[in-house]
Design a protein around this ligand. Structure first.
Ligand SMILES: [Fe+2]
Length: 255
């Protein structure tokens, strides 16, 4: 079983939805796909995309990204925690899973998360411009740190590795030193909303040898303290410079 990954499909863009629709129906029948969040804020589009991937792959694993939890356009959703439950139900009913997967020699661990300003405090400009502040809704008195603790708390208890290879994945970044030096200076003001150190601690405890993340839309592969970190985001149509726009095979589960 080959293990492929992509993230940040953002199928609200017609070109992105078309890429999903045109993926081979024959090539991935024995393979697994890791979808590391940000499909769409529309439950219908999440359902269609997951369903489409589940028809092509033997197994699909997913964690939600921030866009998936927007409630701005969602009817009958109390807040973004409620949206998470609805997304989970839709994803599981469409043939994918948010749970740990055990292959022959590989364990794959989905890690939920958010951002808690581990990587810096948001500037007034970021507070004005970052869409999550308007598009997500949390219960009164809930701050980003609470949201991050809630979602990373759902990853517990973390089990020690039971297979020779552990691959973990999250939508959010576990460490800011994964941002490449070529990232434009204007991207720096986004650092506070990119992720949380709490994920890095969980990656180490789960014994990952490979960790896949999304959200930054800057494709790269980097080794930090013995772990390989991979971002293979599909990204927005305008981002061809930073995104490969193809599936990436990260490992083969053999044995
Ligand atoms: Fe994101």
């Amino acid at each position: 079983m080959r293990i492929f990954t992509t993230s940040d499909l953002h199928v609200d863009y017609r070109q992105n939805a078309q890429w999903v629709a045109e993926l081979s129906r024959a090539d991935f029948k024995d393979d697994l796909l890791i979808l590391a969040g940000d499909i769409s804020d529309s439950l219908e589009r999440i359902e269609r995309t997951i369903g489409s991937m589940a028809e092509r792959f033997k197994q699909v694993l997913y964690v939600p990204g921030n866009h998936d939890l927007w409630v701005l356009r969602s009817k009958d959703v109390a807040n973004s925690f409620d949206k998470f439950q609805k997304v989970r139900t839709v994803v599981e009913n469409s043939g994918a899973s948010l749970d740990t997967f055990h292959g022959r020699t590989t364990t794959i661990v989905p890690l939920l998360g958010w951002y808690d300003y581990s990587f810096g405090e948001p500037s007034p400009e970021l507070r004005r411009r970052w869409m999550d502040y308007r598009a997500c809704r949390w219960p009164d008195g809930t701050f980003e740190r609470d949201v991050t603790e809630h979602f990373t708390g759902l990853n517990e208890p973390i089990s020690p590795p039971s297979k020779p290879v552990v691959i973990s994945f999250s939508h959010f970044m576990p460490r800011i030193d994964l941002m490449p030096s070529f990232a434009p200076e204007r991207a720096r003001f986004l650092f506070p909303i990119l992720g949380t150190h709490l994920l890095e601690g969980q990656i180490r405890r789960v014994g990952s040898s490979i960790h896949i993340y999304g959200h930054s839309h800057i494709n790269r592969r980097a080794v930090r303290d013995g772990v390989i970190y991979i971002n293979n985001a599909y990204g927005y149509p305008s981002e061809d410079r930073f995104t490969a726009k193809k599936l990436l095979c990260v490992h083969e589960d053999t044995g």
